[in-house]
Design a protein around this ligand. Sequence first.
Ligand code: 1GP
Length: 238
Amino acid sequence: MIDSILSHIQEASKKGEKLLAILLDPDKTSLEEIPSISKKIETLKANFIFVGGSTVENGLTDTFVEILKKNTQIPVVLFPGDYSQVSNKADALLFLSLLSGRNPEYLIEQQIKAVPFLKNSTLEIIPTGYILIDGGTNSSVLKVSKTTPIPQNNINLAVTTAVAGMYKGKQLIYLEAGSGAKMVVNSNIISEVKKNISIPLIVGGGIRSKEQLTNAYENGADVVVIGTAFENNTFQNI
Ligand code: 1GP
């Protein structure tokens, strides 16, 4: 049992150990599938299960996490699209601020709305700077957040945004190409962001092959998140 998810990630990052998170969206995975899916995730030796989606039916996250926890020992980390997706039954919460966007709703409003749910909770709350990079699709996160992603060629903006997040006290930076992205976050962005921050880096969006996974790790991702390719059983050579 790991006491703190954040310390686990920080320690692994210091040692250069690479971590894998599988993302489950409660709107796309049925409750009946959870036992078999949990087994499959265990065979992949994933370090974390992230749970969340841009839009999830109210109350479903709580039931989903409850069943998940009964089926696996792998730590469950909430990756919520909005404040209603907070469940006290998970181990930790990525407390996200959408730093690439200029929509106050995702910079501070949603965070304020989450507080009543978090005040008496035992969840480990991890301040996370969330940065959208153009993945070549109009992903759900773009539609819901009504924000513009950072272009893949604007490495400087991606780096300065990540560093500003670190100065603001974020403990993790998450570079996101969007679920089902056509283009993954490019190697130069990952490596330049990594060089300029001293906090762990998460990368996700559109990763569907071993090569893309290895590439993200080699360029500096400490944690890689895979959702769609796992859901569709299309991940090549995991
Ligand atoms: C997590 O949204 C991503 O960062 C997951 O993206 O569904 O494309 O793997 P995929």
